[in-house]
Design a protein around this ligand. Structure first.
Ligand code: SF4
Length: 360
């Protein structure tokens, strides 16, 4: 619900004022959705107003000659859309008594109405709790939930559709669907999204992990993903700091040290200048006692390049206390950690610099 609450709270003062949003008329909503399929809102707006002015009702559209419909459509391109609209209007008038079906299941049977359009009409006109899922929605959920499965493949789509269904606010499907469309159209843009002004940035995986440029993934484009990990093994007396991984990502629920992650490599000096390093190390006395060589670790579709930094501190920073668990260094031996960390802790440098003086 948090996603929905933050999204809808943002939407109300920021929503685009569009004529098809002021109506529950399924015919008008249908026309707007078909026009907007291949057309930007600014360009589509004039066409929508002209179309509705020329054919205010579905009967008037059904009774008009095809040429008249194509004339109004002229310049929009993809004329099959206009032909399908005209044929479907005739079908609704002759076979359904001029009444548009009022459910997703029936709407999708109509010619020219696909999954997205059927869901949009059902939600906007009839408040049916269905998610209208287009490229914007796939992109947003892939970024927010850190889904790397390609969005142009069956598995990725299936996963994201399930998320879209779960996240949909079933009490206000029309508002929710419009809000997520606006987020995709105004903020979570394919390139250079406006994360700083995004209402869901605090829960967005891609934003928090600087992965915005790598998500959504497309098949064949990111077959093997390179990730650069910089682990901070902190010694504060007999203690260290850890956290449990809980994102939908590798190593779910395993324990790890504070991590700085990038999708491109950093030099050692650049690591010291990262925001995370400065937050974690704070302003107390810090001594870096060891920096490992880069360790390469292979997973099925990922290559991890990792460095371990052993750091001695005299006091812990506020962010360290707030975001990590303080545990005895020797307690690490009893926790589930990724193999990468387990191997490092067993290696000589860790014994010499990190676990020195404790019975590990
Ligand atoms: Fe999209 Fe950025 Fe918002 Fe994440 S924080 S949903 S990437 S705009």
């Amino acid at each position: 619900m948090r996603f929905s609450n933050d999204l809808i709270e943002w939407y109300h003062p920021n929503k685009r004022d569009l004529p098809w949003r002021d109506t529950r008329n399924p015919y008008h909503i249908w026309i707007s959705e078909i026009i907007l399929q291949q057309t930007r809102v600014n360009q589509g707006l004039g066409y929508y107003l002209r179309f509705i002015e020329t054919f205010p009702t579905i009967e008037q559209l059904a009774n008009a000659p095809l040429d008249a419909v194509l004339k109004v459509w002229q310049g929009l391109g993809y004329y099959t859309r206009a032909r399908n609209i005209h044929q479907t209007a005739k079908f609704v008038v002759t076979e359904l008594g001029g009444v548009m079906p009022n459910s997703y299941a029936e709407l999708i049977k109509l010619r020219g109405i696909g999954d997205y359009t059927a869901a949009a009409i059902a939600a906007f006109a009839f408040d049916e709790p269905v998610a209208a899922i287009d490229g914007n929605v796939y992109r947003i959920y892939s970024r927010v939930f850190g889904i790397y499965a390609p969005i142009d493949k069956g598995d990725g789509k299936k996963m994201l559709r399930k998320i879209a269904h779960d996240e949909l606010d079933k009490n206000q499907p029309a508002t929710f669907n419009q809000a997520i469309m606006d987020l995709g159209g105004q903020v979570c843009l394919p390139k250079n999204p406006l994360c700083e002004s995004c209402p869901v940035s605090s829960m967005c995986y891609a934003f928090r992990n600087r992965e915005v440029d790598n998500l959504p993934a497309k098949a064949g484009k990111t077959k093997v993903r390179d990730r650069y990990f910089y682990y901070l093994l902190i010694r504060l007396g007999e203690f260290t700091y850890i956290r449990q991984r809980n994102a939908k990502d590798i190593w779910h629920s395993l324990f790890e040290f504070p991590l700085i992650e990038r999708s491109t490599p950093l030099s050692i000096e650049e690591v010291f200048l990262t925001e995370e390093w400065l937050d974690i190390c704070g302003s107390g006395k810090v001594e870096i006692t060891y920096v490992s060589d880069e360790v390469k670790h292979l997973l099925s579709h990922q290559r991890l390049f990792t460095r371990f930094f052993v750091i001695e501190m005299s006091s812990s920073s506020y962010l360290l206390q707030k975001n990590f668990m303080k545990v005895p260094v020797n307690g690490m031996a009893h926790l589930s950690t990724p193999r990468l960390i387990e191997r490092f802790l067993a290696a000589e440098p860790a014994v010499k610099y990190f676990t020195k003086g404790v019975d590990f």
